[in-house]
Design a protein around this ligand. Structure first.
Ligand SMILES: [Zn+2]
Length: 347
């Protein structure tokens, strides 16, 4: 029970089954609370998560990545690794080990330069080269980007965005890069609030030594390590995928919404495709569309889009541009899935 609740990479759980699991864990927690001393023997993963925080480790992979991953695994932590492209190219097996250990891999530039002094085309090639190195080493296409030193500007952000990368800075700086002691790192991490992200680094002994105490502090506050949402840049539950995997052909929405929406795919490229959705039966409408992770919608047109916290479910509202809207979806390694239209509502 406990293992399945905290497990990584499990398939999407049907809504009813997941609800049952939550209730059972809650019951376990209450029962243990009643006997007092038994609580201290309870694995930390049994704690309910009242919020998620993003633990991030920059500048790897390094010669110490294996040691870091061991500590993270031992403490049941999944974290986001902002990798430097040339380090990945020089140590592909360490980058693969990150993914094998359940970590999320992200883009931290090719060689950690001050990117704001680059031209737009230099930024573009730097980030593309890094994405390619990470993808070829791990099979995962990065969706997050952290600029070296946290230095950014609007050009860099738009280049990142054009490559399907969400920029993520940090809310809390552990100061591990600045010689912080273990207790200082633990104390800095103690400021983390739900949804926030902390900056730490691969290759620093004090950082590795701080992780058990950081986790004890988070557990005491019912905060759990989560993933960083590519749509919001905030920490969310690790299984931020749609509850119903939308696969196969597009579906028509349930009756009663007041309109119907039909999808076609006018353009399909090697790495992405366009979807065109035509609404019938309403002039003002709201259409909900879901894509299958790791596919991701990057661009939309002829409507006003918003996303849920998972980043995979888009709500599109008419904006006076007619009854056909569209969007571009990056395949991110999944070339077969197509979006699912969940509902069409007249308004
Ligand atoms: Zn860095």
């Amino acid at each position: 029970m406990i293992a399945s609740f905290g497990g990584s990479g499990r398939p999407p759980t049907p809504r009813t089954a997941r609800f049952t699991v939550r209730l059972a864990v809650l019951a376990t927690t209450v029962a243990l609370g009643a006997v007092g001393v038994a609580v201290s023997a309870t694995p930390s993963s049994a704690a309910a998560c009242n919020g998620y925080v993003g633990l991030t480790f920059d500048d790897g992979p390094t010669g110490n990545t294996g040691a870091l991953l061991s500590v993270l695994r031992a403490n049941n932590v999944r974290a986001t690794m902002f990798n430097v492209g040339q380090n990945v190219q020089g140590n592909q097996s360490a980058a693969r080990a990150q993914v094998d250990a359940g970590m999320w891999v992200a883009n931290h530039s090719w060689n950690h330069s001050h990117m704001t002094s680059m031209s737009q085309s230099q930024m573009q090639s730097d980030l593309s080269q890094t994405n390619s190195a990470i993808q070829s080493a791990t099979g995962v296409r990065p969706q997050l980007f952290r600029p070296p030193y946290g230095e950014t500007n609007s050009t860099l952000q738009s280049v990142a965005s054009s490559l399907g990368l969400r920029q993520v800075i940090w809310d809390v700086d552990s100061q591990d890069w600045n010689g912080a002691s273990v207790s200082q790192i633990v104390s800095n991490a103690g400021r983390l609030q739900a949804g926030q992200v902390i900056l730490m680094h691969d290759g620093i002994q004090n950082t590795r030594d701080a992780i058990p105490q950081i986790m004890a502090n988070l557990n005491s506050r019912s905060l759990c390590p989560g993933m960083i949402s590519p749509s919001t840049g905030r920490a969310v539950a690790p299984d931020g995928t749609p509850t119903t995997p939308p696969t196969g052909t597009p579906t028509t929405p349930p009756a009663g919404g007041g309109c119907t929406a039909t999808a076609t795919y006018p353009n399909v490229w090697g790495d992405r495709y366009n979807t065109s959705v035509t609404v019938q039966g309403a002039g003002n409408w709201t259409v909900v569309v879901a894509v299958t992770a790791p596919q991701k919608i990057t661009t939309t047109w002829n409507g006003t889009a918003s996303w849920d916290s998972s980043g995979y479910v888009m709500t599109m509202r008419s904006n006076g541009s007619g009854n056909t809207f569209g969007f571009t979806t990056m395949m991110n390694g999944n070339s077969g899935a197509r979006p699912q239209i969940r509902s069409c509502t007249a308004s």
